[in-house]
Design a protein around this ligand. Structure first.
Ligand SMILES: Nc1ncnc2c1ncn2[C@@H]1O[C@H](COP(=O)(O)OP(=O)(O)OP(=O)(O)O)[C@@H](O)[C@H]1O
Length: 253
């Protein structure tokens, strides 16, 4: 369980997050939503231990020191929004680095197999021998996601993991995140801009606006036109598909 109470974060002279309190539970995907600049990345980095903050943060019943920032907490798997790199490592070796703490002089067959399986799960098997610097932005971010998942973190923090992906890979990534969250009991917080992806894959939602948490709760309760319209400043309609799924569409007029 991740329990945040009254988090405040300042960057430079700007107060970016104010009085953020919420809980995220193991085995659940929590979607972190809000307009551009509302503070999603800042909150994710704070939860990862990368930014200093005021307030209290408890992880698995233990308080975390929020004073300094700058160091990723060992239990965290953090996927940044921007995964650009000039590295000439192959995809397979880059993913293997997820197991860095357990690697010896020789990489075992079992470790190579775990890498191949993780790549296959995300639909990336064909990229195994390619170099990181030769991949597209979306491909590179998925490779880093494979690395993060291979590390088997208990707290999974993903910053816009599907914003740069085609539809097939969006589904593959979000299904993988949901499955591994359930199977391994991960506490997963995922920044998304796609409200329908949040509806389809998230159990809970944190909705930010101008650095404040304006709504938090179960996905179906929070992702409604009445809650979303004032946050995003557009009229939103909700429709139901023949299969009973709910879909949110902005008014385009
Ligand atoms: N290093 C920094 N120094 C000062 N202000 C910053 C810094 N980084 C971000 N900000 C400001 O903090 C606010 C929140 O930024 P953040 O990146 O957390 O937003 P976001 O919700 O993730 O946005 P987006 O959806 O565009 O990625 C913005 O107003 C931004 O300008």
């Amino acid at each position: 369980m991740l329990h945040a109470q009254h988090l405040h974060v300042s960057l430079g002279r700007q107060t970016v997050l104010q009085d953020i309190s919420f809980e995220a539970r193991p085995g659940e995907v929590t979607a972190l939503l809000g307009p551009n600049g509302s503070g999603k990345t800042t909150l994710l980095k704070t939860l990862a231990g990368l930014l200093p903050a005021r307030g209290q943060l408890q992880w698995q019943g233990r308080p975390r020191n929020l004073q300094h920032g700058g160091q990723l907490h060992p239990s965290c798997g953090y996927l940044p929004q921007d995964c650009s790199t000039r590295s000439r490592l192959t995809v397979e070796d880059a993913v293997l680095l997820g197991r860095l703490g357990t690697l010896g002089w020789r990489v075992s067959t079992e470790q190579r197999e775990a890498v191949r399986q993780q790549l296959a799960t995300l639909g990336l098997a064909a990229l195994a021998g390619r170099r990181l610097c030769e991949l597209s932005g979306g491909q590179r971010q998925m490779v880093f996601l494979a690395q993060v998942l291979l590390r088997e973190p208990s707290l999974l923090l993903l910053d816009e993991p599907i914003s740069a992906l085609d539809l097939q890979h969006q589904v593959q990534v979000m299904c993988t995140v949901r499955e591994q969250t359930r199977e391994r009991g991960l506490t997963s917080v995922v920044v998304l801009h796609d409200l329908n992806a949040a509806l389809a894959y998230a159990d809970c939602v944190l909705l930010l606006r101008q650095g404040r948490l304006v709504a938090t709760g179960n996905t179906v309760d929070i992702l409604t036109p009445a809650t979303l319209a004032p946050v995003f400043g557009v009229t939103i309609h909700q429709a139901h598909t023949a299969t009973g799924h709910s879909v949110l569409c902005p008014h385009t007029g």
